[in-house]
Design a protein around this ligand. Structure first.
Ligand SMILES: *Cc1c(COP(=O)(O)O)cnc(C)c1O
Length: 438
């Protein structure tokens, strides 16, 4: 409390007196206390235990794979087990394990028939992997603005962005919070668009009781190390559609249609296969999924309850009948309600023993140099040179998208934490918020 610019002497004296009484008489919930960054005691001295993410189950599944004569995926044991366990959650008829979430999305876009000059509407706050496949198909990502409280696609802005060239929507369930699928579904149906779900951050989440990934036409998942379940790197793409199903195999495996060998390789496709070793690991990880998803969902709602009355924060909105799986807990700092920067707020929290991270991706995707310079392919963008698109990413500016990135903070919530720990996290946030509130 020694920042004269922010804290005039009179209130400093008053606050110190208050702090003393508070320390003596209350549990500290409403006390004005000296911030740890100014030499006060830490509000969150507890450390949380990191979850042990794999162990004997993965080892014994890997051991089974090692006994096999082949580690190739096609109709092999571990891939079949992965597929069966995935289907226990998702009930998709066609399931294609692949090498990454980015690969899953590229396969989905290719299977959806997206080609040169076609437009695909999606979020600009997401992993770049959401749009890499779109660009490789020579199609055009079109960015729609987001909801300020869920950070997901705003269906009204999606509707405004639909053009005669639009072929698909990629709904990114950011942080594992479901997009407004009913609205997006009806837009897609009305305009004959393929609805692709990017569930990379949404393993185990639910929209109105339905698993995320079962509401669109094609679902894409990532198994990269930071995701809810993992094999280091990997992905899954899945669908119930008879039309797209066989194409997932084809576009994941060098355009060979193993279901129908007479279907000749009339397109170009990458090798995005997953080996039996990764499949074994994922099969074991899938057994942990429900536990991880329900724990994160419960902890995230608990944290929101604990922070509900912190006026300087805007908390993530989750619909009552949805299940958000909090890939991380992302909230926003109301910069007009505090007399500090986001960086200062986070620094003060760190001193209290709580680690929040500022922002998410640094810039909305359209601000990346490859978009600003239209330089995707060795400095060129053939479809623009050929006049197949007139999109100019230098002209793109999405108000809410940019505001979200300027104000958001992420708390790395995970299933190793518990309510006791989160209570302390909330105490620290309230303490810092009280100090900096205007
Ligand atoms: C992680 C992620 C991807 C890409 O997955 P990789 O496995 O890293 O290729 C795509 N979209 C979102 C939303 C992600 O979080």
């Amino acid at each position: 409390m020694k920042d004269p610019a922010h804290f005039p002497r009179r209130s400093f004296v008053a606050a110190s007196a208050l702090a003393l009484t508070a320390v003596q008489t209350t549990s500290g919930t409403d006390a004005v206390e000296t911030l740890a960054i100014h030499g006060g005691p830490k509000a969150c001295p507890l450390a949380f235990s990191r979850p042990k993410r794999w162990g004997n189950e993965e080892l014994s599944q890997l051991a089974q794979a090692v006994e096999q004569p082949s580690l190739y995926y096609w109709q092999n044991k571990q891939t079949n087990l992965l597929t069966k366990r995935f289907q226990d959650f998702y009930h998709h008829r066609f399931v294609q394990p692949c090498s990454s979430g980015t690969a899953a999305l590229h396969i989905a876009v290719a299977a959806a028939g997206i080609g040169p000059g076609d437009e695909v509407i999606t979020s600009a706050i997401t992993d770049i992997g959401t749009v890499i496949g779109v660009i490789f198909q020579n199609a055009v990502p079109i960015f729609a603005d987001l909801d300020p409280l869920t950070y997901n696609l705003d269906p009204d802005d999606v509707a405004r962005k639909i053009s005669p060239r639009t072929k698909a929507i990629i709904a990114v369930h950011l942080k594992g919070n479901p997009c407004r699928m009913q609205e997006l579904r009806s837009l897609a149906d009305r305009h004959d668009l393929v609805l692709i779900e990017d569930c990379a951050q949404g393993w185990g989440a639910k929209y109105r009781g339905q698993p995320l990934g079962t509401l669109g036409d094609i679902a894409c998942f990532s198994l990269q190390d930071s995701k809810h379940i993992t094999c280091g790197d990997g992905g899954v793409v899945a669908t119930n559609s008879e039309k797209f199903g066989p194409l997932l195999i084809k576009y994941g495996d060098k355009a060979i249609n193993r279901l129908n060998p007479s279907d000749s390789s009339n397109v170009i496709a990458c090798n995005y296969r997953m080996s039996e070793l990764q499949a074994a690991f994922v099969a074991a990880q899938l057994q942990r999924l429900e536990g991880i998803a329900s724990k994160r969902s419960q902890l995230g709602s608990f944290l929101t309850k604990q922070l509900e009355d912190v006026d300087v924060l805007s908390l993530p909105r989750v619909e009552a009948d949805d299940r958000c799986v909090y890939w991380s807990y992302m909230c926003r700092l109301k910069l007009d309600r505090v007399k500090c920067s986001r960086a200062d707020f986070i620094k003060a929290l760190a001193a209290e023993g709580v680690s929040f991270l500022a922002g998410y991706i640094r810039d909305p995707l359209y601000r990346l140099p490859m978009f600003q310079q239209h330089s995707f392919f060795a400095g060129r963008w053939p479809i623009k040179e050929l006049g197949l698109t007139t999109v100019d990413y230098q002209m793109v500016a999405l108000k809410t998208t940019e505001e979200i990135l300027e104000t958001c903070m992420r708390f790395p919530l995970n299933e190793g934490m518990d309510e006791n720990y989160l209570k302390q996290v909330a105490l620290a946030v309230r303490k810092v918020a009280r100090f900096y509130a205007i």
